[in-house]
Design a protein around this ligand. Structure first.
Ligand code: RIB
Ligand code: NA
Length: 309
């Protein structure tokens, strides 16, 4: 039986501005091209999980504009259950403006729109959904009180919760962190939470200890092209990244989380193997433009892993 993954999170339409470099203050410059793609951290995670074969359901909000219909359509096309994607009338669907430089580096400006209207009450309505999930996954582009509610319901039902604490946010409530089973920060996000700069393996282990002491069993600190540091109940390993040429790294982190949730066992014991799979999945994502369009299918990820052996 495939894992049932419930994602609570954001839905955005991404406007991608292809530029050579960032403009200077006061400068007017041309862009090389403009493109649009479906995105949003939560939606990307859900698509990654679904394309890797998980039964996937979404809890989120869109506005009542044309982008809402577009994004609902995109989620459904990816076989994601959108029963608990609600509509805020008079509000825009979330948007992200991605400044994509020729180097492949990106800077993102977000208009959160309806994403910020998600409430604990929306989550309560979806309680039976959460109670039948294997994994409940969230990031920080929707309100933290709604996520906390989802994780509390999940934990009370013995389900596994995964928090991707992105975009980086300070002062996360303890009630949220205490209901997390697996946390997946990058270096910057981790430092904001723990106060420990992630510079080497010693600091990674110290960070892991911080999380474990809060009751978080699994820790994956993602290190970009350097791979990821993993600690399960204090047992630490580093999984290297697959080397590829980055075209657009947008959604690479989200792909990692979604792909991970689709192959993890609920006891988390296969975390290293699952992270290797997730790392291969995100290596596909960085090689293509746009969020949704770049997220790979599970069969392609498996084939690439076999080839790599
Ligand atoms: O993580 C990438 C995502 O962040 C983009 O798709 C954009 O929508 C922003 O939310
Ligand atoms: Na991409």
């Amino acid at each position: 039986m495939p894992n049932h993954v419930v994602v609570i999170g954001s839905i955005n339409v991404d406007a991608i501005l292809h530029i050579q470099r960032l403009p200077k203050p006061g400068e007017t410059m041309e862009m090389d091209a403009f493109s649009q793609a479906a995105g949003g951290k939560g939606a990307n995670q859900a698509v990654a999980a679904a394309r890797s074969g998980a039964k996937t359901s979404f809890i989120g909000r869109v506005g009542d504009d044309a982008n809402a219909a577009f994004m609902r359509g995109e989620l459904v096309k990816n076989k994601i259950d959108t029963q608990y994607v609600s509509t805020t009338s008079g509000e825009q669907t979330g948007q992200a403006y991605i400044l994509l430089q020729a180097s492949g580096q990106n800077s993102i400006i977000i208009q959160h729109g309806a994403n910020f209207d998600l409430t604990p009450n929306d989550v309560q309505k979806a309680a039976t959904f959460i109670q039948t999930a294997d994994f409940v996954v969230a990031e920080l582009e929707t309100p933290v009180d709604a996520t906390t509610e989802a994780f509390k319901i999940a934990k009370a039902a013995g389900k596994v919760t995964i928090l991707n604490p992105a975009p980086a946010q300070k002062d996360l409530p303890l009630t949220l962190l205490k209901n997390v089973d697996l946390i997946t920060p990058n270096e910057t996000e981790s430092e904001l939470i723990t106060g420990i700069p992630v510079t080497d393996e010693t600091s990674m282990r110290a960070s892991a200890t911080y999380y474990h002491e809060l009751g978080i069993r699994g820790v994956i600190i993602t290190l970009g092209s350097k791979g990821s540091f993993i600690s399960l109940d204090g047992q630490a390993t580093i999984v290297p990244a697959f080397k590829v040429k980055a075209v657009d790294t947008t959604a690479a982190g989200d792909t990692f989380i979604g792909a991970l949730a689709s192959v993890l066992q609920i006891d988390l014991k296969n975390i290293v193997e699952a992270a290797t799979y997730a790392s291969m999945a995100s290596s596909f994502t960085v090689q293509k433009l746009g969020a949704f369009p770049s997220i790979p299918l599970g069969d392609d990820v498996k084939a690439a892993l076999n080839e790599h052996k």
